[in-house]
Design a protein. Structure first.
Length: 146
C-alpha cells in the first residue's frame, strides 16, 4: 500500500488544500498591535505608499497581500490539478512528469519559506514537498505508459 504513489499524492493534495485554506483565512484577519512599535509598523505598512513609477503607489501591506494571495493560489492550483489528474486516472508516465514539476516548485517554495517566513507555513510547505517526494520515488517503480 505504501508503494502506491496515489497515497502519497493524496497526502500532498490534502496539505496543499489545507495550506491554501489556512493561508487564505489569514488574508482577512488583521492582528492587533501589541505595543507601540508594532502600532507604528502597522501604520506605516498600511499608509506609507511607495512610488514605483507609472502610477503605481502600493503600500507594503498591498504587496504583502498580493504575495500572500499568490501563495494560497499556488497551493490551490497544485492541489486541484493533482486531484483532477488522479481522479481521471492518468497513466503513471504523465503523473511522473506532473509530480516532478510539482516537487521542484514546492521544494523551491519550501526553501524560500524556510528562509523568509515562520513556522506554520514552513511546516506545511515542507510536508507538501515531502509527500510529493515520496510520490515521486513511488512513481519510479510504477510501470510507465505513454
Amino acid at each position: 500500500m505504501l508503494k502506491r504513489y496515489s497515497l502519497w499524492l493524496w497526502a500532498a493534495i490534502a496539505f496543499m488544500l489545507l495550506n491554501a485554506t489556512i493561508h487564505s483565512v489569514t488574508l482577512f484577519i488583521q492582528p492587533a498591535p501589541q505595543n507601540e512599535t508594532e502600532r507604528q509598523l502597522n501604520q506605516l505598512m498600511t499608509t506609507y505608499r511607495n512610488d514605483f513609477g507609472a502610477g503605481f503607489h502600493p503600500t507594503t501591506q498591498n504587496l504583502f497581500t498580493a504575495l500572500s494571495s499568490c501563495f494560497s493560489l499556488l497551493c490551490l492550483l497544485g492541489g486541484l490539478t493533482n486531484a483532477y489528474l488522479l481522479k481521471k486516472q492518468v497513466n503513471a508516465g504523465v503523473m511522473h512528469g506532473v509530480v516532478l514539476i510539482n516537487f521542484l516548485v514546492f521544494t523551491i517554495c519550501f526553501v524560500v519559506m524556510a528562509v523568509f517566513t515562520f513556522l506554520p507555513p514552513i511546516i506545511l510547505t515542507g510536508l507538501i514537498a515531502l509527500f510529493l517526494g515520496l510520490a515521486l520515488v513511488s512513481l519510479l517503480s510504477a510501470p510507465k505508459e505513454t
